[in-house]
Ligand binder design. Sequence first.
Ligand SMILES: Cc1cc2nc3c(=O)[nH]c(=O)nc-3n(C[C@H](O)[C@H](O)[C@H](O)COP(=O)(O)OP(=O)(O)OC[C@H]3O[C@@H](n4cnc5c(N)ncnc54)[C@H](O)[C@@H]3O)c2cc1C
Length: 339
Amino acid sequence: MYDVIVVGAGPAGSVTAAYVAQAGYSVLILERNHSCSSPCAGYVSNTINLELPDDSVIQSNITKMRTYFPDLSFHDFELNGFVVDRSLFDMSLVMKAKELGVEIKWDSGMTGFVSESVKFYGGDARGRIIVGADGVFSRTAQILGLEKQEIAICAQYHMKGIKPISDMSEIFFNVDHAPGGYIWVYPTGEDSAKVGLGLAGSSSPQEKLDTFIKTHHRLNGQKTEYITGALPISGLREKLTFGNVLLVGDSAGMADPITGAGINNAMLAGAIAGNTIIKALENDEISILSEYEIKIKRLLGKPLARSYEKRKKLDACSDNELLKRELPFFWMTFKQYWE
Ligand SMILES: Cc1cc2nc3c(=O)[nH]c(=O)nc-3n(C[C@H](O)[C@H](O)[C@H](O)COP(=O)(O)OP(=O)(O)OC[C@H]3O[C@@H](n4cnc5c(N)ncnc54)[C@H](O)[C@@H]3O)c2cc1C
């Protein structure tokens, strides 16, 4: 019997597991894949108090965000963060958890659980507490009977032989190229960048991304890697704790509904989940887990609800004139967003 079984080796799962193991409890992570491979652009903000696992995962430092209106006029904003190699970043978080005593089973997708019994490909295990950190299409949430989340579908190329602006993340809004979403350009080197696009709903974004790249000559180079993936955009789920089960990260709807950023929140929530689990185990009292939901709602409830409202404004922009007028009200680098 493990004290905790964590489903998913993304940032939410690894951070939760590491906190609990550090306090001396037994933790098993079940990961359905062979290694960490969540599709992502890898922008991590350094505005919150979480140390990066290791400098070698950093592809570039970011000091500014440039937001383009549809006519390519722009607005610059200072902010501090990093672009990371997402697979390396996630792997180093898992390895840190492993050093702290966490056991990891790869190729072990969780298929079901009842009370403390968990089934996965290749076996079963028992855990006093179960953490669903299994991402946007969470099997844990499905087994709990929760609703599917609204999603944005994303596509991204890693482009080489192009001219990104160093230290700057570039964000393009244009209803022709990215209706209900935006295009990002995150530098990974002097002549390389991740160029991607996210769209609300389930339409295929690759064609739109190709057209955008063709029409922006500075970004037209060699496509070296293509990824596609989804993220939740309906905001925080109403319930995050279900008896001995917790939801953390994208499974709980913690990605920002308008920016799509979810790594920082996943890690922050992992730390809070970890600390709450330790308290529940120390006191041998599962009902203490409900404190996790209260703390997360206090911290993320309002910001995510506000972003969800802003997302509706973006969705309602049917032409570029309207988008140009409305953009300052729904994008967080403008002061109007905060009024
Ligand atoms: C294209 C794209 C670009 C993005 N860019 C950014 C960005 O630049 N910055 C940012 O902050 N956010 C970004 N995001 C969002 C970010 O990736 C997520 O918010 C973040 O990964 C959430 O972390 P998580 O640990 O909750 O989930 P995940 O990272 O999705 O990890 C979940 C893990 O659970 C595993 N899993 C799933 N089901 C099972 C199962 N049944 N059994 C066992 N394991 C399972 C998965 O394989 C995965 O390893 C992007 C998302 C996409 C799709």
